[in-house]
Design a protein around this ligand. Structure first.
Ligand SMILES: *[C@@H]1O[C@H](CO)[C@@H](O)[C@H](O)[C@H]1NC(C)=O
Ligand SMILES: *[C@@H]1O[C@H](CO)[C@@H](O)[C@H](O)[C@H]1NC(C)=O
Ligand SMILES: *[C@@H]1O[C@H](CO)[C@@H](O)[C@H](O)[C@H]1NC(C)=O
Ligand SMILES: *[C@@H]1O[C@H](CO)[C@@H](O)[C@H](O)[C@H]1NC(C)=O
Length: 385
């Protein structure tokens, strides 16, 4: 009994600090319900999924994108109302072209969690047209089709979208936005992919990083334009539309490239965007100051429900990259420094986002109990006290 009481008081304490956190910081921005976040796990120092579940709920994040379908994560978010995009890695794309393997994958990674964990989308492969693996490129559509057929056979195709995420390298010409097109050598893959999206009513996802454009050419790319700061903008000579930031121009470029292939019925969404807070000496712009400006301004724009100049009535839909810094990511230093948060839950820079990461403790199992359960426990504690 004494032990129960200790645990309950501990929980009460956590709840109080949580409430204080919300009440004490009037300037804190809310990650509006529509903003999603990429939860990558290429690290050896991240908090357990149970603690991350608390953390994200305290931040009001209701949409999460994974690069796999980690059962520990999906179980930790049972009954939380957080919406998930789960992923099939490039290494499994070839396997998924076999309908029985696709069936097995959906049965193992999606079905057990529905409807208590809301999985709304499956990405098959990530940036498969970057690099030169033509086998992978040729397999992507058949893999998506077989996953989609499994969902159709289970009656889940309206609840769970099937798509893949692209890097902006798939564009050949991207300026002006209205004259954009996909790379000629990729047309043979992308045309049938677009036909699939149109039939399956699933979104076209892009990973868009104005940071890359700035880093590649800092002397001619306007910092204000990439960071959503006041600037005269760039006028598209064909449409006369004025772009005041690069991200929106990139989105509209993709819409134009899709339209040039005959489709006006496909949504473009941002599966990744972000800005690194650190980089190697040659990675110009990778600083906490610029990362804070980019992500802070981005969140404000999203909270305003803005569309792009070409699609003003379709609010821009984004998943920020990324939740945590990931210490085991290969590549330049910037790759390990895209996180909004350090693994201990403290913000890497201040954009008004403070989450509550419960401490590691022997009661970590209880910590994973969702909010409602906690309220019940707290009321019990109050009665007992
Ligand atoms: C979380 O979102 C809800 C609904 O939009 C809002 O009322 C609440 O103030 C938000 N809380 C925080 C901490 O942002
Ligand atoms: C292409 O990608 C697949 C899946 O990632 C991999 O198994 C295969 O070895 C790759 N091929 C080449 C030539 O790199
Ligand atoms: C393409 O593949 C070749 C041989 O597999 C490799 O040497 C080369 O680095 C690759 N190029 C890119 C851009 O990935
Ligand atoms: C699937 O994608 C379409 C097109 O973007 C969107 O309208 C729909 O809401 C998505 N479905 C789910 C379950 O998220």
């Amino acid at each position: 009994m004494a032990e129960t009481r200790t645990i309950l008081s501990l929980l009460l304490l956590h709840l109080l600090s949580l409430l204080l956190l919300f009440l004490s910081d009037p300037s804190s921005q809310s990650l509006a319900l529509t903003v999603g976040i990429n939860y990558g796990q290429i690290a050896n120092n991240l908090p357990s999924p149970g603690r991350v579940s608390w953390f994200l709920q305290s931040l009001n994040v209701s949409r999460v994108k994974l690069y796999d379908a980690d059962q520990n994560v999906l179980s930790a978010f049972l009954n939380t109302n957080v919406e998930f995009i789960v992923g099939i890695g490039n290494e499994n794309v070839a396997t998924m072209t076999d309908p029985s393997k696709a069936q097995a994958w959906v049965q193992q990674h999606v079905l057990p969690y529905l409807p208590h964990t809301r999985i709304t989308c499956i990405t098959v492969g990530n940036e498969v047209f970057t690099g030169n693996n033509t086998t992978l490129m040729a397999n992507i559509l058949p893999a998506m089709q077989s996953v989609y057929q499994v969902l159709v056979s289970l009656g889940l195709d309206k609840q769970v979208n099937v798509t893949t995420a692209h890097s902006l390298d798939i564009l050949g010409n991207s300026y002006p936005p209205s004259a954009s097109s996909f790379r000629q050598d990729l047309a043979v893959y992308i045309q049938p992919l677009l036909n699939f999206h149109s039939m399956a009513k699933s979104p076209f996802l892009i990973n868009a990083y104005p940071y890359f454009a700035y880093k590649a050419d800092p002397s001619s790319v306007s910092l204000e334009y990439v960071l959503f700061q006041p600037n005269p903008g760039v006028i598209d000579p064909n449409t006369k539309l004025n772009y005041d930031n690069m991200l929106y121009a990139q989105i509209d470029s993709v819409y134009s490239a899709i339209q040039a292939m005959g489709h006006t019925d496909i949504d473009v969404r941002i599966s990744e965007t972000g800005w690194p807070s650190r980089g190697d000496p040659d990675e110009v712009g990778a600083t906490p100051e610029y990362a804070a400006i980019y992500n802070g301004n981005l969140l404000q724009r999203i909270a305003m429900n803005q569309g792009t100049p070409l699609k003003p009535s379709a609010p821009v839909d984004i998943f920020v990259f990324a939740l945590f810094n990931e210490d085991l990511k290969p590549g330049p230093t910037s790759e390990r420094n895209y996180g909004l948060f350090y693994p201990d839950g403290t913000p890497v820079y201040n954009i008004g986002l403070r989450g509550y990461l419960p401490p590691m403790s022997s009661s970590s199992k209880l910590m994973a109990v969702p909010f409602l359960g906690l309220f019940v426990l707290v009321s019990t504690a109050l009665i007992l006290a």
